[in-house]
Design a protein around this ligand. Structure first.
Ligand SMILES: [Zn+2]
Length: 142
């Protein structure tokens, strides 16, 4: 475990939660935990995306949920968030995306960039990874 990445990904997860809490004002979650392997960076259409899973706790009910967040590197890398902004964040259940090859090259329901261990919500809620092709992974600029 590298403390630097741990801090960094916790920061990214919290960006996702800020986005989630803003879009779901009736819920309020705080970051709980994550594992470093549950983060995936890849290029799609010239944009660097990060898909990640982490756990957060509902501050009212104290129940823990698994979250998915997508961040895109589309700002200056010198800004406060390293150039990242949140493009999606939602609670996911423990089921995997459906298997099988897509019929079209563009599949809005699934992500083809991440390894299977990343749990994704409904594909239409996030932007990156929908083309059924090889992605350049590990492009994190931090
Ligand atoms: Zn993904």
């Amino acid at each position: 475990m590298l403390p630097y990445y741990k801090r960094l990904y916790k920061k990214r997860a919290n960006m996702g939660l800020v986005w989630y809490n803003k879009n779901n004002p009736e819920d309020s979650y705080e970051f709980k935990s994550m594992v470093l392997e549950d983060v995936y960076n890849f290029m799609d259409g010239g944009v660097c995306y990060m898909h990640m899973n982490f756990k957060a706790m509902n501050v009212t009910t104290r129940s823990e949920e698994l979250f998915f967040a997508e961040l895109a590197l589309n700002n200056s890398v010198f800004d406060a968030n390293g150039g990242y902004s949140t493009t999606a964040c939602s609670i996911v259940d423990d089921s995997c995306a459906e298997d099988g090859l897509p019929e079209e090259r563009y599949d809005e329901n699934n992500c083809y960039a991440c390894a299977e261990k990343i749990k994704h919500p409904t594909g239409t809620t996030y932007k990156g990874g929908h083309y059924a092709e090889d992605y350049c992974v590990g492009c994190d600029s931090d």
